[in-house]
Design a protein around this ligand. Structure first.
Ligand code: GLC
Length: 617
């Protein structure tokens, strides 16, 4: 059978290349990916032993994830809740500048309650998940790495593993076990508000970089560090087709053939399963009109059946309620489709009760419940959670010096350097170390703009600049790179060159969706400043902070040099590292096409100049 299929597939490929008319049978689209950590007899035996002791309420409770602001540790224990998360901008004490120890203290309380055996309860450790998507980005003082779009521009697989390792260490300090990362989206329309969470429009780049990020976050499945106390359980998200919706509409519809869906949006999952990713997050979008949270074919038949995924599927934030007939508090359809753990931030109690009732009524089979709970227990056992003791006893727990550690910041600063893409340079860069320069613009001294969404808060806004502890702004970087006294923010001063930092106001998810990629420069004080400087014969270097390419032709025309800096995060000095002197040259290449426009000679993904003006090899 296999031989005939592979022969047929090869034949099809040949025909397809010529006629583009070959329909490959469905069962040849999705490859079986053997997990490198599957089939451990000890783990599997313990799964069955624990499962056998659980009653229906305890099993259903394991499948429920509540938000930490909406559940007390006592209630989590009382209702056998298997997991909590902190959403973007949800801090244990409710304050962005609450004590770092507040995270670990709360993790200890949830653990203690989940391990209590009072009143016949079972000791099954609760797992805490967080969106550590560019560092431990909800935690004040953490190293904030460039968002994925910048890492895609850098396209340095080895650096990705270092970033994952550093991120895992900082998350481990706070007693949290699970990161909802990496996003393996392949954004195909940059009007999508989550474009910056995608490494590239190229599936191969997404697959390679996310694989390395996973090896950093989880450890290598062949090594002892896999899911060790310095590592995390990670998540490949959002399955599947999140970056392919029509018009880039967040949570919209991805209209593709099954082969196209696999070819474009499935490659990250093949790599992720291959290195033992333990969780996959279901996506809000639809595929050809069917919501992924309710797609048994995709979540069960394809991901678990054909591809062989043996971890668990986590739903996205109330994503189940978008299935026709479902509500936040009730959705047998999502569980029957293959969601193993439901992310139901507030309505966790009603959801648990309704699900127990649906099982008793036969709307959900007990076999389905057992399958979901097996998967959850398997992941918790693989991660050593049953044996490692309370969070504060773990190896890195409470080691506050690791938060924002200089070695992590050095990795982040290198990532910033390598993420920068030079799109224009008319004899202006690099800036001499002896130059007198103006550094100004809305993004020059703006930690929020240089980090984007998912930083301290969900939208990356509404937090005073002084709360971004440990940050180096882009202007700070120039202050340190040049002779003292040679950098000013006084835009009326005379200068050899001016660096004007401008860009997008931070956003996340649907709040970043655009109807057009045009960047509105009317009433832009930054653009007016550039024009004023040019009128005074001061060369202008435009540095653009954005979560995606935008139509900024007028700025490209006006400026003497133009640098796409994406969303660099806490280590803004990485910008001056490259723009001042020639110790570091530009490495970055466009991870997405730039919107067509007269001034943009560089429209194609893969373009990027070096100081000397020739595209990198
Ligand atoms: C959000 C996002 C997802 C994130 C989750 C928890 O809606 O879609 O990426 O992990 O909710 O914050």
């Amino acid at each position: 059978m296999k031989t005939r299929n592979s022969l047929r597939a090869a034949l099809c490929l040949g025909i397809a290349l010529s006629l583009n008319a070959c329909a490959v049978a469905e069962d040849e689209i999705w490859p079986k990916v053997k997990s490198p950590v599957a089939g451990n007899a000890n783990i599997e035996n313990r799964v069955e032993t624990v499962l056998a002791t659980m009653n229906l309420e305890q099993k259903v409770g394991q499948m429920v994830q509540a938000e930490v602001k909406s559940i007390s540790p006592e209630d989590a224990g009382r209702y056998h809740i298997g997991s909590v998360l902190n959403g973007g901008g949800s801090w244990p004490t409710g304050d962005v500048d609450g004590p770092l120890g507040g995270w670990l203290s709360l993790a200890n309380l949830f653990y203690k309650e989940s391990m209590s055996t009072e009143n016949g309860r079972l000791a099954i450790p609760l797992i805490w998940g967080t969106d550590a998507v560019h560092g431990h980005n909800n935690v004040q003082g953490a190293t904030i790495f460039p968002h994925n779009i910048g890492l895609g521009a850098a396209n340095n697989p080895g650096l990705m593993r270092d970033i994952g390792t550093a991120t895992a260490r900082e998350v481990a300090v706070t007693g949290i076990d699970w990161a909802f990362a990496p996003t393996v989206a392949v954004a195909r329309d940059i009007r999508w508000g989550r474009t910056y969470e995608s490494y590239s429009s190229d599936p191969k780049i997404v697959a390679e970089l996310s694989k390395e990020m996973l090896l950093g976050l989880q450890g290598h499945p062949a090594l002892d560090n896999f899911l060790s106390e310095q590592k995390l359980i990670a998540t490949a998200k959002h399955f599947i087709g999140d970056g392919g919706t029509t018009g880039g509409k967040d949570q919209g519809d991805t209209a593709l053939t099954e082969q196209e869906l696999f070819d474009i949006h499935g490659q990250g999952y093949v790599q992720a399963l291959g290195v033992g990713v333990q969780t996959v997050m279901a996506s809000f979008n639809s595929w050809n009109g069917n919501k992924l949270h309710g797609s048994k074919y995709m979540l069960t038949d394809v991901l678990k059946g054909k591809m062989g995924f043996d971890g668990f599927v986590i739903g996205d934030w109330n994503g189940h309620e978008q299935i026709p007939g479902c509500t936040k508090a009730s959705c047998a359809a999502a569980i029957n489709a293959g969601v193993d753990m439901i992310m139901v931030p507030e309505d966790w109690k009603a959801f648990s009760e309704n699900t127990v009732r649906q099982v008793k009524a036969g709307e959900i089979t007990r076999a389905r419940i057992d399958d979901a709970v097996r998967r959850i227990l398997r992941v918790k056992l693989r991660a050593g959670m049953f044996d490692d003791g309370k969070p504060s006893s773990h190896e890195l727990a409470g080691r506050a010096k690791l938060i924002g550690h200089e070695s992590h910041r050095a990795v982040a600063r290198q990532a910033v350097r390598e993420s920068l893409v030079l799109l224009k340079n008319e004899k202006t860069l690099p800036i001499a170390k002896t130059a007198k320069i103006i550094v100004a613009g809305s993004g020059a001294d703006n930690p929020s703009m240089q980090s984007g969404g998912w930083t301290l808060t969900w939208q990356g806004r509404d937090v005073p600049a002084e709360q971004y502890k440990g940050f180096t702004t882009i202007k700070d970087g120039f202050d340190r790179a040049l002779k003292s006294g040679n950098v000013t923010s006084d835009t009326d001063a005379s200068a050899d060159v001016a660096v004007i930092v401008f860009g997008e106001t931070p956003y996340a998810e649907m709040e970043g969706d655009l109807a057009s990629t045009d960047f509105d420069l009317t009433d832009s004080a930054d653009f007016a400043l550039m024009q004023n400087l040019k009128a005074r014969n001061i060369p202008v270097v435009a540095v653009f902070l954005s979560g995606r390419p935008r139509g900024v032709d007028a700025v490209i025309k006006t400026s003497d040099a133009f640098v796409a800096a994406w969303l660099p995060g806490s280590e803004g000095a990485g910008v001056a590292d490259v723009l001042v002197s020639s110790r570091y040259n530009f490495k970055g290449k466009l991870p997405f096409d730039w919107p067509a426009g007269g001034a943009a000679p560089f429209k194609a993904r893969g373009f990027g100049l070096t100081h000397s003006g020739t595209p990198p090899k």
